[in-house]
Design a protein. Structure first.
Length: 747
């Protein structure tokens, strides 16, 4: 099964039963007059719509299909097109033009209002409004909204909500029609309206490239399509500047902080199909306007240049500032920690502790099972014993929670620690208002990208001690830069690598095989023991269909029976990529149908969400205090208020339906998205379908996400390819050289 077939089954099941129209000529121009009874399917991206229409003078609905910007149930339409005979669905009207009219019949008005179009008006209030105001209902909403309070149950807040929603939907409809007319899907019309208000269309006409910079989900290609349709010349300065910015931001999306000037000019000229001289001019304008920075023939986005120089500056500042308190007797402190924890540190662990206690800034790195968490616990004990204020943090909510569970000490995400201020678009804590604290310990440091590291360091007080803990063999950060690797490679920050494996008292095959893979060795297959099943297994499968079949059997039957794990909450499926049959997107559809087939559902942005679904936040939303990688569960879907309620670790967050493009299903996710998270059980699907992404650090990262159980389902050939491929694309950063220069500069 794949997502296309699954979608088609849902769509076909929901289609209205086609009615025969024997008197209408097929494939000849025709007109259909009637009202929309039901929207069966609509693509937010393309506008493709399947709906049932009741023609004037008939009680039976007929199917209508076509690409339309905005249609709602209850509307009267005048459609121009042709009647066709579909081999499966019989007669249907294929429209290429539709004129919509506000409904005038009482039934049409009620259906129109009950369609979810207006917040605050569901089926109940639609019926009440039409019963009270009759055919004047829509006139009252638009022109006499104060009268809405005459209807039982409508108070001041609901009346205001209905009024504003009516106003917004009319404006959004105009935007949707405008965008659709210029070849762009209308999925983000409400976001555009929220960003620019009544001036939205004027802004788009003046500079459509502004959308690519300021509206989430709209990229350069969409903006460029609008620009071409409204007549902006292909060789305009506006287009050249937007193309340059797009390309350099695309480079940062791939992890790079800068791009060679010559490469940027060549790529932009090819992309935009305009002379290189025009690109040169646009590039120079960007540099003069300080949006871009050129250094040694390389072009930086100004924000990343400032972030790199800021990291170097703040690390020097922290390293050279005096400690607030008296120095620690390192040997006594280590001996005290060993006695308190009833353990004996190995030489690497003792060196890591000494390194941290003696230096203002330090790093600890190492793979799974080598004692990183043990060192953090020891440091927390030592520093709190000296009455020092210790701050623990990690890049993601799950990593922070795991850190808290392991140490018994409160931990926060980096974003929450810095305290984002929505009104100013900046963090509360910074150079002028540092975070109160004496010792700062940050776990999963390989995930911290260049801009976030700069913001973090800028917010640390000078006397503080600062420790980064992470695994440099994992995938680098999703955002630009390779900060932990650059810090260690520079040699200016004292770093200790832990190598001795400790988590083997119960023979953890997860740890053993993670280290095998990291060393370029094939995995060990644990011996079968029905009474004591191992925490690692490999299932050989060749075809995608077999992989999916075995995955479902393991998820729904074998793992719950043997390990007592709940497949809806405890087991995470991981894939190297998002697309194709064994990509995370299709696997999510398959798993949703298997694990959560019932419940209130809504489709938005090409995804179907149901109450009870596990969902993943895919961008930072500072206003909601929810960040990229956070996982929650849908608690409720209110179609009347157009709100979805999601539980993120017992914190309920509301999402407007227009914001659901920030979410994805989370039964399966890419290994990149799993960084910083740890799950009770992990199932990794792996075949040669994933050939382009089969790399050692990717598989290593996936395996180290599992705490109690890790399984790989796929082909041993694909696994061998991944283990032997240790070629990692180097990220273009200037941080290493910047650090060396800064630390060698006299104080």
């Amino acid at each position: 099964m794949n997502s296309y077939r699954s979608f088609n089954r849902r769509k076909q099941a929901a289609r209205p039963t086609p009615q025969p129209v024997p008197t209408v000529p097929v494939n000849e121009p025709a007109t259909l007059l009637g009202y929309i009874e039901h929207i069966v399917f609509r693509s937010d991206e393309t506008g493709y719509t399947v709906c049932s229409v009741v023609p004037d003078g008939s009680r039976d609905a007929v199917p209508l299909v076509g690409n339309f910007a905005a249609l709602w149930e209850g509307e009267r339409i005048r459609a121009e097109g042709i009647w066709t005979r579909h081999k499966t669905h019989g007669f249907q009207f294929k429209a290429d033009k539709i004129e919509c009219q506000v409904p005038t019949s009482l039934d049409g008005i009620e259906r129109y209002l009950a369609s979810g179009l207006i917040k605050g008006v569901g089926k109940v209030y639609a019926k009440r409004l039409v019963k009270y105001f009759g055919d004047k209902t829509l006139h009252v909403i638009e022109h006499e909204s104060a009268r809405l309070r005459e209807v039982p149950g409508i108070g001041p807040s609901r009346r205001e909500e209905i009024k504003e929603s009516w106003k917004a939907q009319r404006a959004v409809r105009e935007i949707m029609i405008f965008l659709h007319g210029h070849g762009v899907g209308a999925a983000h019309a409400l976001r555009i309206y929220k960003q620019y208000g009544p001036d939205a269309i004027a802004v788009v006409k003046r500079n459509p490239y502004q959308l690519g910079r300021e509206v989430w989900g709209i990229g350069f290609k969409s903006a460029d399509r609008i620009a071409a349709n409204i007549g902006i010349p292909r060789d305009s300065e506006l287009r050249a500047q937007a193309g340059v910015v797009h390309l350099i931001e695309s480079q940062s999306d791939e992890g790079h902080c800068h791009c060679p000037r010559s490469d940027l000019i060549s790529e932009a000229a090819n992309l935009l199909e305009i002379p290189a001289a025009k690109i040169e001019e646009a590039l120079d304008v960007g540099i003069r306007q300080t949006d871009l920075v050129e250094e040694h023939g390389h072009i930086y986005p100004a924000r990343l240049y400032r972030a790199e120089t800021g990291i170097a500056h703040h690390l020097v500042r922290l390293s050279r500032a005096p400690l607030a308190g008296a120095p620690i007797d390192v040997d006594r402190a280590i001996a005290w920690a060993q006695d308190r924890m009833k353990i004996q540190f190995d030489p690497h662990q003792a060196a890591a502790l000494a390194n941290t206690l003696r230096n203002k800034v330090s790093i600890i790195t190492g793979g799974p099972g080598v004692g990183k968490t043990t060192i953090i616990r020891a440091l927390v004990d030592i520093f709190t014993r000296r009455r020092m204020h210790v701050i623990l943090a990690a890049p993601t909510g799950r990593a922070a929670k795991r850190m808290e569970e392991a140490t018994g000490f409160k931990a926060a995400t980096v974003h929450r620690l810095l305290k984002y201020q929505p009104h100013s678009g900046s963090f509360l804590h910074g150079p002028e208002d540092p975070i109160p604290g004496d010792v700062f310990i940050f776990d999963e440091a390989s995930m911290i990208d260049t801009p976030l590291m700069n913001s973090l360091l800028a917010a640390l007080p000078g006397p503080a001690q600062f420790l980064l803990v992470g695994d440099i063999d994992q995938l680098p950060s999703v955002g630009p830069g390779n900060v932990l690797n650059d810090l260690i490679a520079s040699g200016v920050i004292p770093a200790t690598r832990l190598e001795t494996i400790f988590r083997q008292g119960d023979r953890s095959w997860i740890v053993v095989n993670a280290h095998h893979i990291n060393n370029g060795e094939f995995i060990e297959i644990p011996p079968r023991d029905p009474d004591h099943p191992a925490d690692f297994f490999f299932v050989e499968c060749e075809t995608p269909e077999n992989v999916i079949e075995r995955m479902l059997t393991l998820l729904t039957q074998r793992i719950p029976a043997k390990f007592g794990l709940d497949p809806r909450t405890d087991i995470q499926v991981l894939s190297p990529m998002r697309r194709n049959q064994l990509g995370a997107a299709n696997l999510n559809t398959v798993l949703q149908d298997a694990l959560n087939p019932e419940g209130t559902a809504i489709e938005r942005f090409g995804r179907r969400f149901r109450t009870g679904d596990r969902v993943l936040q895919i961008r930072n939303n500072y206003d909601k205090d929810v960040f990229n990688g956070d996982i929650g569960r849908i608690k409720g879907i209110d179609t009347e208020q157009q709100v979805m309620v999601i539980d993120f670790d017992k914190r309920l967050v509301n999402y407007d339906f227009s914001e659901l493009d920030e979410l994805d299903l989370a039964y399966a996710c890419s290994i990149h998205k799993s960084q910083g998270s740890e799950y009770p059980a992990v199932l990794i699907v792996l075949t040669t379908q994933h050939y382009k992404l089969l790399q050692r650090n990717l598989i290593y990262t996936g395996i180290t996400r599992g705490r109690k159980l890790v399984g790989i389902i796929g082909s041993s050939k694909a696994l061998r390819i991944a283990i032997h491929n240790n070629t990692v694309q180097a990220r273009r950063t200037g941080l290493r050289a910047r650090l060396i220069a800064a630390f060698n500069r006299p104080a």
